[in-house]
Write a protein that binds this ligand. Structure first.
Ligand code: PEP
Ligand code: MN
Length: 347
């Protein structure tokens, strides 16, 4: 049976009673069970729209009464939690600018003790899987059992087509650490532009996400926040209906994959063996540098290793950037080993 796949949708911000109601009614008609909406908006810079605040909770309540949808809002403090719970909000989420603050997350966790309210935790805006894990652990330790993570992408210093880089390796690592934790994907914030939201949503499905968290606004052009990335309800419907869903892996698939996987296992073990042999030589080179008063880091040598493996990888049809990043890691470990030996020599 296909595992559960949840789609939560709604406007970036609750802006008016009419906007909230229109959005909820159109999403409920598409079978969406949970409405998301920002009531308090954590803006990177001041003087932007910071959310409608308490009155918006009333608009959301009215939408719930009219449609039967569950409600999800972002909270960043104990006061937000209290107000949201008084307004019968069903699910709370911690935003990407709050997750990286252990004080704020702890305050929220403490205020949720004993409530059993489901909580979703967005990744920290900076690519730090420990901060994400730590925030989840704080909620777990407060006794919250219904926790989901939301992968919304990471800020980066590099120019990117997308507003926030997906860095899929980070949710992959979170999944390795917490295998039973559902991870939803928020393609809207990652994309930053609605043209790219569908492609990222498909990638999320391909990466086995447990659901989607998407911004939908009845009139995105007029939206008070994130207007470029929000879908109209009909764009949303089109994208969702064209997503390619996958079936779950079955016994027969595992049987067919087994021989290829064992070939991989054999190669991986050879890779480890070769890396260990390489590291032995690295240590001998380190000893020579030490005896002959040479610096450990020899940038020209690193450059020439990186260039020659990149050329060789290209002739084998591999991505040059990939092989350079593999050798960046290998080189960093070689330098670390030589430094460690140097320090031992100093003792
Ligand atoms: C949002 O979901 O509207 C939001 C503010 O998200 P993030 O914390 O990911 O920027
Ligand atoms: Mn938003």
């Amino acid at each position: 049976m296909k595992k559960q796949f949840d789609i939560i949708a709604g406007p970036c911000s609750a802006e008016s009673p009419e906007q909230v109601m229109e959005c909820a009614v159109s999403l409920a008609a598409q079978g969406i069970g949970t409405l998301r909406a920002g009531v308090w908006k954590p803006r990177t810079r001041p003087n932007s729209f910071e959310g409608a605040g308490l009155p918006a909770l009333e608009w959301l309540k009215a939408a719930k009464q009219a449609t039967g949808m569950k409600l999800a809002v972002e909270v960043a403090s104990a006061a937000h939690v209290q107000a949201a719970l008084e307004a019968d909000i069903d699910i709370l989420w911690i935003g990407s600018r709050t997750t990286p603050s252990p004080f704020a997350v702890q305050e929220i966790a403490d205020s949720l003790k004993g409530t059993g309210v489901p909580v979703m935790i967005k990744n920290p805006i900076n690519p730090d899987v420990d901060l994400w894990t730590g925030a989840i652990e704080r909620l777990q330790q407060a006794g919250i059992e219904n926790i989901r993570a939301i992968h919304r992408g990471f800020s980066s210093t590099q120019e990117n087509l997308l507003r926030y880089a997906p860095q899929w390796e980070i949710p992959i690592e979170l999944r390795r650490r917490m295998p039973s934790l559902p991870i939803l994907c928020d393609p809207s914030h990652m994309a930053g532009r609605r043209e790219y939201v569908g492609a990222i949503a498909q990638m999320a499905l391909d990466m086995n996400a447990d659901g989607l968290f998407i911004e939908v606004h009845p009139n995105p052009e007029q939206a008070k926040s994130d207007s470029l990335q929000q879908f109209t309800p009909s764009q949303f419907q089109q994208v969702i209906s064209s997503l390619r869903r996958h079936r779950d892996i079955e016994e027969s698939d595992s049987r067919k994959l087994a021989p290829m996987r064992s070939e991989l296992d054999e190669l991986d073990s050879q890779l480890v063996e070769i890396l260990a042999r390489r590291m032995e030589i690295v240590k001998r080179i380190g000893a020579y540098k030490h005896l002959n008063n040479l610096a450990i880091l020899q940038p020209q040598r690193y450059q020439s290793v990186s260039d020659s493996v990149a050329i060789e990888a290209a002739t084998k049809g591999m991505d040059e950037k990939f092989i350079r990043s593999v050798f960046e890691t290998i080189h960093a470990e070689s330098v670390r080993c030589q430094l460690e030996n140097e320090n031992n020599n100093l003792k």
